[in-house]
Design a protein around this ligand. Structure first.
Ligand code: 3HC
Length: 295
């Protein structure tokens, strides 16, 4: 039987990770981005992640080749025509996402299911960009998608039960656990994590402890794999700021007001690991405290 095809839109960290887990589960995957070099970067990321598994003896070369042979690159939306699922994982911009979905709505088969991996934009709002709002849903992976075991399933106002069932089936097939979450600002995990992050920023600004000690405390006391500042740098300060803005605007509650310090860092172009600096400085290849910014 021919395997179902998933088209992943966006070959960045999240998109390439989702493409990898889908291919590992036996799906045929089309990894799409707007330029071929972006697609190639995504493929290189997958190659690196799979090579690391080969080195650790978790898969063999043949297994790696098998997974990679299931992933095709694309810069053409027309390749989505027969896809079973579209999973969008481009950067957090409503207009960009809505444009992609409405273009694909015209191209794809009526039965093709649409999912967004948005971390902050309401699913119901994105679903309004297509005529198939009943077949539109949030499928929210966590970074890195190859490792994190949870996926949030977020139905919009018009999402059908059948689409929720199909989303659950997909998540099970890619060997993740799911939680069903209402379409509220921040969904579930980002909402709780944002509250923790904001409190960490407040502690830092009140001088309760140093940035490194706040990270150390949460790792050693609560068993978090990364402290709140390390995690913010890992996810991207721009992504984290977007989540806070969504919570602030969505709930109209001052408790979600984004940290001014965080806004300043994002405005300066310091976005975390991906730009070399965020709450820490990574430019030497190591994670070091920043000397140039007074927190
Ligand atoms: N891609 C693929 N695999 C990766 C990876 C990556 N970027 N980074 C690490 N891994 C794999 C490693 O290969 C290793 O696999 P193995 O167990 O099969 O050998 C495993 O993860 C552990 O990696 P390491 O030993 O190198 O390093 P750590 O033990 O420090 O783990 C980590 C790295 C998994 C990133 C861990 O630090 C962690 O869990 N951090 C917290 C991540 C987190 O909270 N993510 C959620 C962020 S919020 C979010 O994504 C929502 C969004 O909407 C903002």
């Amino acid at each position: 039987m021919e395997s179902e095809v998933i088209m992943v839109i966006g070959a960045g960290q999240m998109g390439s990770g989702i493409a990898q887990v889908a291919a590992e589960a036996g799906y045929g995957v089309i990894l799409h981005d707007v330029q071929m070099d972006f697609v190639e970067n995504g493929m290189a990321r997958i190659d690196k992640a799979l090579s690391s598994q080969v080195q650790k003896g978790k898969i063999d070369d043949e297994g790696k080749r098998r997974v990679q042979s299931r992933i095709k690159g694309s810069v053409t939306y027309g390749d989505a025509r027969n896809a079973h699922w579209i999973i969008e994982a481009v950067f957090e911009d409503y207009d960009v996402k809505a444009k992609i979905f409405s273009a694909l709505d015209e191209i794809c088969l009526p039965e093709t299911l649409f999912a967004t991996n948005t971390s902050s934009i309401p699913i119901t709002r994105l679903a309004a960009s297509v005529k198939r709002a009943d077949r539109f849903i949030g499928i929210h992976f966590f970074n890195p998608p190859q490792v994190m075991r949870l996926v949030e399933i977020i139905p919009g106002l018009k999402t059908s039960r059948e689409t929720v069932r199909e989303a659950r089936r997909f998540v099970e097939k890619v060997k993740k656990e799911s939680v069903l979450v209402k379409d509220v600002p921040g969904f579930l995990v980002n909402r709780i994590n944002a509250a923790l992050r904001l409190e960490a920023y407040t502690c830092l600004m009140e001088g309760v402890a140093s940035l490194e000690d706040i990270d150390k405390a949460l790792k050693l006391a609560l068993g978090h794999p990364m402290g709140p500042f390390e995690l913010a740098d890992f996810v991207g300060l721009d992504v984290g700021l977007n989540v806070l803005k969504t919570l602030y605007e969505g709930y109209k509650d001052p408790k979600w007001r984004p940290s001014l310090l965080l806004e300043k860092l994002v405005l300066s172009g310091d976005l975390g690991r991906k730009s070399g600096k965020g709450w820490y400085d990574y430019t030497s290849g190591q994670k070091l405290p920043r000397a140039d910014v007074q927190f």
